[in-house]
Design a protein around this ligand. Structure first.
Ligand code: ADP
Ligand code: MG
Length: 702
């Protein structure tokens, strides 16, 4: 019954009607009763307090005042501009109410000389206070309305405000909704959960979220609704993972054979860290089962993911399958190709590179060898996704730096075979635990949380542009010691041409300060041809140049151990994760490495926090947490499209404890009763089915 009532189109609610109905649909996505019910306030205001006009001060948030309107007039200003001004008085003084829009409608609705309550923000012009677009309620209505100490404020839009759908109107609609539905709503959490976690019932929560009688009641309502929201997302993500493991068959890699063992016993260039060993074991077990592996490998820059990728690929080879590794840039693909060829040189396997610049002749050979199975490992860029690239039997696809690839691209790799390959996604951008839970809750995650031994932590300092001479002296000293230097300039899409000029100006002045023949300088940017880029990289790699002036093309994965100083120009213009990525280009050899963040003196509070964070820690996960706090989840890579973060009430930064609690409960419940068939889980199952009907949470990951 109740459920059906909530399906009623919104215009049928008394006081809404077709016009307002259209507005609500268009502006707020409220189509039916249930949407309005779940349209939550985004803040609350204390409305137990009434101000007097002579108590007003600038910068008080919002106030309500009892008084009356004594006159209204239209005032012209500027060219063809009009505003409506009303004089409002109480027993202590007078002020002005101002409207810039909707004059006709407002003029008609204003009642002169009747006691009313106005509500809004005040500002002063000279001695006179005014309130723009106030909410006005006649005293008689005000006394009757269902009012609570904490006045909810609903999200709104300019159109709504201009068309008279004020917060008060929404509030009235809500009252009407609770009247018509008699405030009885279906419970959506099982008793054992509400009891164990001391959550208030759904009815009460919905009532107090819209009509809180006290701050305490409100807090309880918020907690219950946040938990519920996060809990059901987790329930869906975890269920999806279980279904995938059950349904999507993978190639079971039953054995670890000659390639792996030979490499492990005879050709490992160093002792693996414990974290690397653990992760390889997780991957091996995963690929050994009948289900397809879909694993995210997280590890800070320099933590040694490449060798993990290689050893995983060797397992594929041992089981008679091919493997591929896809990187986001040609530079990186090249570097992986060189690195892996070197590592595997004694193994007698066929590894080839395929990128946009691979010659047609070579391409043809690659296509042929792929199809006849004689090519074991293919490394490359997006070029791997072309239709012509057909593997005989692809068993494992490794994807490096995954956020650069869209979900669609990933699933394209799948389509190449009937049974999908195992997928290992490697990322060096650490994702805060809470974000990973929400975004990748359905992937399995491995973490390399340990750096190879003997690394000296990179020393990071922040310097202002005015200290450049000292920085240059430092560079000279380092070069004299045989080290190499990166100097990176921001190149950000929107202001490309200006940034490009900065880069070129920088390059020129550096060339002047570090002249030939004593110094040699490389330059690398996105406008160069791939062949030129590669040639420049090679010169730097071979130690023929001392300084590499570059844009963020070098951000991802580039590995030149002798480069020990990273200078980041206009560092305030980079985000934290980018700064951390850039810094990760140094500190790869045995020498002490440095990162110097150059900024102007003018820094925003956020920029300051970013610089302090970089100076304060080398830990990518810690940096990611700060980043998440500064920017919010919406701006972090790839999260926008996911939709998972369009949370209604919870916030994955502020509510991380609730999120963790919700995930643990979801895990526990599904472990005992994955199909949610037990009697005690009937409510769970019903709610779950209802939710999955509405929102397709499934399609955001391949
Ligand atoms: P990332 O995780 O950033 O991709 P790489 O795989 O490029 O890191 O490894 C960074 C550097 O560390 C490489 O030079 C690699 O040879 C080296 N390395 C990786 N694992 C170890 C280890 N267990 N011991 C010593 N050096 C290692
Ligand atoms: Mg790497």
């Amino acid at each position: 019954m109740q459920q059906n009532l909530l399906e009623t189109p919104i215009e049928y609610l008394k006081g809404v009607g077709p016009n307002r109905g259209t507005l609500l649909r268009k502006e707020l996505g409220i189509h039916k009763y249930s949407h309005l019910l779940n349209f939550f306030p985004n803040r609350y205001i204390d409305r137990t307090r009434y101000y007097k006009i002579n108590e007003l001060q600038n910068n008080i948030a919002e106030v309500q005042i009892i008084g009356k309107i004594i006159n209204v007039k239209t005032v012209e200003f500027g060219k063809n501009q009009k505003r409506l001004v009303a004089t409002f008085v109480d027993d202590t003084g007078q002020m002005e109410l101002v409207w810039f829009q909707g004059h006709k409608w407002i003029r008609e609705s204003l009642k002169l000389n009747e006691m009313c309550v106005i509500f809004g923000k005040c500002t002063s012009f000279g001695n006179v206070f005014n309130m723009a677009h106030p909410e006005i309620e006649l005293m008689t209505e005000h006394e009757q309305s269902l009012r609570s100490a904490m006045q909810p404020v609903y999200p709104s839009t300019e159109t709504l405000a201009n068309r008279g759908i004020s917060n008060r109107v929404i509030n009235k609609m809500m009252q009407q909704l609770f009247l018509e539905t008699q405030a009885k709503f279906t419970e959506t959490l099982p008793d054992y959960l509400t009891a164990e976690l001391k959550l208030i019932p759904k009815n009460a929560a919905l009532f107090y979220i819209h009509f809180p009688k006290s701050a305490e009641a409100l807090a309880k309502a918020q907690y219950r609704l946040k938990f519920e929201e996060l809990f059901y997302i987790q329930l869906q993500l975890i269920t999806k993972n279980l279904i995938r493991k059950h349904k999507i068959k993978g190639h079971p890699f039953t054995k670890v054979g000659a390639y792996f063992n030979d490499f492990y016993q005879n050709h490992l260039p160093f002792e693996l860290t414990n974290a690397q060993k653990r992760v390889i074991k997780e991957i091996r077990i995963d690929m050994g089962s009948n289900a397809q592996m879909n694993r995210l490998l997280q590890g800070d820059v320099g933590s040694g993911k490449t060798i993990v990728a290689l050893m995983s690929m060797l397992i594929a080879l041992d089981n008679g399958f091919q493997a591929c590794l896809m990187a986001p840039t040609e530079i990186l693909a090249n570097q992986h190709f060189n690195g892996l060829t070197e590592l595997a040189k004694e193994l007698n396997i066929n590894i080839k590179l395929l990128t946009g610049s691979t010659k047609i002749v070579t391409r043809r050979i690659i296509h042929e060898e792929l199809e006849n199975g004689s090519l074991h490992i293919l490394i490359g860029t997006h070029a791997l996704l072309e239709d012509k690239v057909k593997f005989q039997n692809l068993g494992l696809a490794v994807i490096d730096e995954q956020h650069r690839f869209g979900v669609e691209q990933r699933s394209k790799l799948w389509k190449k075979n009937e049974i999908p390959p195992h997928v290992l996604v490697m990322t060096a951008t650490p994702i805060p635990r809470t974000l990973a839970m929400s975004l990748y809750g359905d992937l399995d995650i491995s973490v390399i949380d340990e750096l190879p031994p003997g690394r000296k932590p990179i020393q990071t300092v922040h310097r202002f542009d005015s200290n450049r001479l000292k920085v240059w002296k430092f560079i000279r000293d380092e070069i004299a010691l045989g080290r190499q230097i990166y100097i990176v300039y921001p190149l950000i899409e929107e202001s490309k041409s200006m940034d490009f000029k900065d880069l070129m100006d920088g390059y020129e002045s550096i060339s002047r300060d570090f002249p030939l023949p004593q110094y040699a300088i490389s330059i690398l940017h996105g406008k160069m041809k791939p062949a030129d880029k590669e040639a420049e990289m090679k010169r730097f790699h071979d130690g023929k140049t001392n300084i590499m002036v570059a844009t963020t093309v070098i951000e991802v994965g580039v590995n030149i151990p002798n480069a020990s100083v990273m200078i980041i120009e206009s560092a305030e213009r980079f985000g934290l994760s980018q700064l951390h990525q850039l810094r990760g280009r140094v500190g790869r050899g045995a020498e002490q490495s440095y990162c110097i963040l150059m900024t102007s003196h003018k820094l925003s509070a956020d920029s300051k926090t970013r610089m302090e964070t970089m100076v304060g820690t080398n830990d990518g996960f810690e940096i990611a947490e700060v980043d998440l706090k500064l920017r919010g989840p919406g701006d972090l890579m790839g999260t926008q499209q996911s939709g998972v973060l369009n949370l209604q009430i919870a916030d994955i930064v502020r509510d991380r404890d609730i999120l963790i609690l919700a995930r643990n409960y979801a895990l526990k419940i599904l472990k005992d009763d994955a199909p949610m068939q037990n009697t005690e889980n009937a409510i769970l199952r019903a709610t779950y089915i209802e939710l999955t009907k509405k929102k397709n949470i499934w399609n955001y990951i391949s």
